[in-house]
Design a protein around this ligand. Structure first.
Ligand code: NAP
Length: 704
């Protein structure tokens, strides 16, 4: 391969980041440990200069695992989800304040500034998201309830409830080389929130950046002891120490995943194993997106972005570009024009460079061998002269450079659906109609992401429904969402990252889903009283304390008079009865303007099969219920923030009477405020004891 270099290195960001002398260390049981053994240099991807060394000596993995299971677990178990979430937020703020020290090391992995931003700032962004979601979407508790209690017996003495608890072991997180910071933090955040100590094993090629990040985390002293340990070096025996208490979250190649899946830890000792691995993601240009439409331009832009960002070393990059056969040449021409105009390959520290180096020359050679496989299977090199291309600001022979490469393959080719070239490489394939496009997409045998570029709702619906079973995420891109779209290749902490089949069958992030993957779900069966005690959430039928049920020795007090410090689950108020008249219904209709016939038109209401006569407005009943249960004087209840799960069950007619019972069902103090949320289970009944309506009232209540 002959490449040309230009000597236009600018002064921008040429300094190297400091790395501690000697081989990269591991952080084991609270101590930084330098391994013995043979040292191998880790090279700057663009210059070939040594950045650090890594040693292959044995590390005391047994102690690490034990420290996580004992000290780490004990420390985390003392924290609620909200307290852990606040630590993640503090960690995000700390890493944001020192991130500039990580960028020079990121350049040494071959990443440009914008690649590094995805890795470093993107990883910090995941911490922020979990820091916020952990407090918004989880209780201030150490267990998480999955769904409502299920009534299992006719009379209501036997219920079931799904409950998540923290696993008793450690999460061993084995990461790929391409996102040393994001890849680590997107696994750490949900595991930490779940109360599971992490042992992170970064990929060797970029371990110097992962090590520097862990060093910054440890120095911040925000996470409790044992919550995070670091294992640098090959760590080939790490699974030997794991059993049913533990979890392995792997990201990397399908072949390594296969080896680890077959380990005795997984198949004999029951260690949980999830994998995020190779993926031959596709992007489909729909037939309506012809040249001249905004969608055609969006397609070409996304294709070039995904080929060049991180030099194509992204598990989510577009590997297969599926376009109408008639548009094949138009797409190639437009992609070539964009690459010529926008892409400069070179040292990421050089001004003007938009695409850096691959992580190592070994990785570059691996990608080239895959390119040759794609060509051998009928592909033509449509874009990218792999024998001669310009490299800016670097010695082209010393660095691991490649140009963007687009291979045009026939629809009959097999290799594009089988061979992953983990670099700036995509294959273009023509399809005949939408079903053919969907069939080609499915030949990837399960992928992380597909994008469909169309402004046609029918095409979007047809393709999405056909592709969804084969994908973890689908992006629908058109002129309407383009400005805000986060793009084909960006996994988001709110959304699931992972895919079926070849992509590994794993699932990471996805908001709280990702936390729950690190916990054990257990179905708990029992009486309402015992389930309420176990879950800290009121189960219908558990004892309540109303004025009517109070004993003389414990006098009843209206629960709205009680701050969080004194309020208990089961504190309740029963109020009523209040009779309902036709005049009340008419007055409510005239006040609100809601003159719906079921309330106001005798004849029409009688003909209604559900009512058989005029009925009260449901909204009148819940307003009246509030009038019955509220204690009006100023007190600890600060606000009513909403209602949830409102159901109108039995209609109320003139002459009926309503009674309401309001029970404190769940109490969630906030860590950072003087108040918290109280959820009240509310039931309205009529004079026959029939349930009229059920709902949950949400309030904010002061702690003192
Ligand atoms: P890899 O060679 O499979 O290595 C992945 C990780 O596994 C590295 O940390 C590696 O350590 C470690 N490892 C390898 N063999 C091991 C063993 N026997 N026991 C314990 N650890 C072992 O993959 P890679 O080259 O780093 O990454 C590129 C691949 O990752 C591509 O195929 C890409 O598609 C995939 N990827 C997938 C995702 C995703 O989310 N789905 C994300 C990024 C990358 P050493 O580095 O020390 O060998």
């Amino acid at each position: 391969m002959a490449v040309t270099s230009s000597a236009t290195t600018s002064g921008a960001a040429t300094s190297s980041a400091p790395v501690a002398a000697g081989p990269l260390r591991s952080f084991i049981a609270g101590h930084w440990v330098a391994p013995g053994g043979r040292e191998t240099p880790l090279l700057d991807a663009a210059t070939g200069r040594e950045v650090a060394t890594i040693a292959d000596g044995e590390l005391d993995i047994a102690s690490m695992v034990d420290f996580g299971r004992t000290v780490g677990h004990r420390e985390l178990a003392e924290l609620t989800f909200h307290q852990r979430a606040l630590m993640l937020k503090a960690l995000a703020q700390h890493l944001m304040s020192i991130k500039d020290t990580l960028y020079p090391l990121s350049y040494a992995t071959g990443a440009t500034r914008s690649d590094s931003w995805i890795d470093i700032d993107g990883g910090i962004g995941v911490l922020y998201t979990y820091g916020s979601k952990g407090r918004r979407d989880m209780p201030n508790d150490t267990v998480y309830l999955d769904g409502p209690a299920e009534k299992l017996g006719k009379t209501g003495t036997f219920y079931g409830q799904h409950l998540y608890t923290s696993l008793p072991g450690v999460a061993v997180q084995i990461n790929a080389f391409n996102f040393p910071v994001w890849g680590m933090l997107e696994k750490l955040a949900p595991a930490f929130l779940a109360g599971l100590p992490t042992i992170v094993k970064p990929a060797t090629a970029s371990a110097f950046l992962a090590e520097a990040t862990v060093r910054a985390i440890v120095e911040a002293k925000i996470l409790p002891p044992g919550a995070l340990q670091l294992l640098t070096g090959p760590a080939r025996g790490v699974l030997d120490h794991l059993d049913e208490r533990d979890l392995v979250a792997f990201t990397g190649s399908a072949s390594t995943a296969r080896t680890l899946r077959r380990d005795d830890a997984v198949i004999v000792r029951g260690t949980r194993f999830t994998a995020e691995q190779d993926s031959l993601n596709c992007s489909i240009l729909a037939p309506d997106a012809t040249p001249g439409t905004p969608e055609f331009d969006l397609y070409v832009k996304a294709l070039v972005t995904e080929m060049t960002a991180k030099a194509g070393q992204k598990c989510t990059a577009i590997r297969r570009a599926l376009v109408p056969e008639s548009l094949r040449e138009a797409v190639i021409d437009a992609a070539q024009d964009r690459i010529t105009a926008k892409v400069r390959v070179g040292d990421p520290r050089t001004n003007g460079v938009t695409m850096g180096a691959l992580v190592s020359t070994a990785q570059r050679d691996e990608v080239l061998s895959r390119v040759h496989q794609l060509i051998a299977d009928g592909g033509e090199l449509a874009i990218g002269n792999i024998d001669r291309f310009a490299v800016t600001g670097a010695d082209a022979e010393a660095g691991a450079f490649l140009p963007p490469i687009l291979i045009s393959s026939p629809a009959s080719a097999d290799a594009p659906h089988r061979v992953e070239a983990f670099g700036p490489v995509a294959t273009l394939i023509g399809y005949s109609d939408l079903d053919h496009a969907a069939e080609l997409a499915a030949r990837g045998r399960g992928s992380l992401v597909a994008s469909i570029i169309t402004h046609n709702p029918d095409s979007a619906r047809h393709l999405t429904r056909a592709l969804a079973p084969w994908h973890g995420r689908i992006l629908l891109l058109d002129r309407d969402d383009a400005a805000e779209s986060t793009g084909h290749g960006s996994p988001l902490p709110h959304l699931v990252h992972g895919g079926p089949g070849r992509a590994g069958g794993g699932e990471e992030m996805g908001g709280i889903r990702g936390v729950l993957h690190h916990m054990q779900r257990t179905a708990i069966q029992g009486s309402p009283n015992l389930l309420t005690a176990v879950t800290d959430r009121y189960v219908p039928g558990a004892p309540i304390r109303t004025r009517q049920t109070a004993h003389d020795d414990i006098p009843w007090e209206h629960p709205f008079r009680k701050p969080l410090s004194r309020l208990r689950i089961g504190d309740a108020v029963q109020a009523g009865p209040r009779p309902v008249t036709l005049d009340d219904i008419e007055a409510f209709a005239h006040t609100t303007g809601d003159m719906f016939y079921a309330h106001m038109n005798q004849q029409a209401a009688e003909a209604n099969p559900l009512f058989g006569g005029r009925v009260a407005h449901g909204y009148m009943l819940i307003s009246w219920a509030a009038g019955l249960f509220v204690d009006p004087a100023p007190g600890p209840v600060l606000a009513n923030t909403g209602l949830e799960d409102l159901r109108f069950i039995t209609p109320v007619k003139p002459g009926d009477e309503i009674t309401v019972i309001l029970v404190a069902a769940q109490i969630t103090p906030r860590e950072t405020d003087d108040y918290g949320e109280v959820r009240w289970a509310t039931t309205i009944t009529n004079q026959r004891g029939e349930t009229v309506a059920t709902y949950t009232v949400l309030t904010m209540v002061a702690k003192q």
